[in-house]
Design a protein around this ligand. Structure first.
Ligand code: KIV
Length: 273
């Protein structure tokens, strides 16, 4: 069944994402945090939009994803949903809104779904958050998992380097991925892990596996939109491909505007009433 929204355009469903994996069509996913960007990405044909807690970094300028609040995530999610006609919108549950207390996890997930109109939520972790995932799924909320580098645990890891290179951590990741599928998650993001491990997980699981820094042998790819558009110049991990240099384009445009205002070239009589 597909959900109808805003005229005849049909929103992508978890069922369609599953079908994409089954027929070998790769899933495209990007982050979005506001209405204007969501409108552009949706019209350009993106399959999944993630209202990532990376908003804490790229929108608010924090060093980590930890400070962003549930209210702030809901605000970003509402703006993105208003811009979308087709893409499936997933919202990150922020740090502190689901760990350790499954009742609070359910309340947080229901707030996101009810107040933003998003289509699913994402949370970081495996066996440790099993109860929270089970309760959220029992309310009929589609859940996407997130394993490998999980930025909400940055102070536990101490670094943003590649995860699961050692056998013990790789084995735990495989077991967690299997568990997330058994619980009923519709998909899993694997962040910054060896390509061979990501391949093994994608091949052994039925649900779609979306990678970021997890190599080419997964069912789809996700990037932070500000990174792939080159708005953010400093962040240069090996896995990032830049599709534009918006930092330079925007800087040139603003410098030209400043020059035109100072020199009284803007506005002309034609640009006035
Ligand atoms: O918050 C985010 O942008 C993410 C992606 C890196 C997957 O979780």
């Amino acid at each position: 069944m597909s959900v109808q929204k805003k005229s005849d355009v049909k929103i992508i469903t978890t069922h369609q994402l599953q079908n994409m994996k089954e027929r070998g069509e790769k899933i495209s996913m990007l982050t979005a945090y506001d209405f204007s960007m969501a409108t552009i990405l949706d019209a350009a044909g993106i399959d999944v939009l993630l209202v990532g807690d990376s908003a804490s970094n790229v929108m608010a300028g924090h060093e980590t994803t930890l400070p962003i609040t549930l209210d702030q995530m809901i605000y970003h999610a509402q703006s993105v949903v208003r811009g979308v006609k087709r893409a499936f919108v997933v919202v990150d549950m922020p740090f502190g809104s689901y760990q350790g207390n499954s009742s609070e996890a359910l309340r947080s997930a229901i707030r996101i779904m009810k107040e933003s109109g998003a289509h699913g939520i994402k949370l970081e972790g495996g066996a440790e958050i099993k109860e929270s995932i089970t309760r959220i799924l029992s309310a009929g909320v589609p859940v996407m998992g997130h394993l490998g580098l999980t930025p909400q645990s940055i102070y536990k890891f101490g670094t943003y380097t590649v995860r699961a290179k050692e056998e013990a951590e790789a084995q735990k990741l495989i077991e967690d991925a299997q568990l997330l599928q058994e619980l009923g998650c519709f998909s899993i993001v694997l962040e910054k892990i060896p390509a061979a491990l990501a391949k093994r997980v994608a091949e052994s699981l039925e649900i779609p596996i979306i990678g970021i820094g997890a190599g080419p042998h997964v069912d789809g790819q996700v990037l932070v939109v500000h990174d792939m558009l080159g708005i953010n110049k400093e962040f240069k991990p090996r896995f990032l491909r830049r599709y534009a240099d918006l930092h330079t384009i925007m800087t040139d445009a603003v410098q030209n505007y400043v020059k035109d205002v100072k020199s009284r070239d803007f506005p002309t009589d034609k640009e006035a009433y």
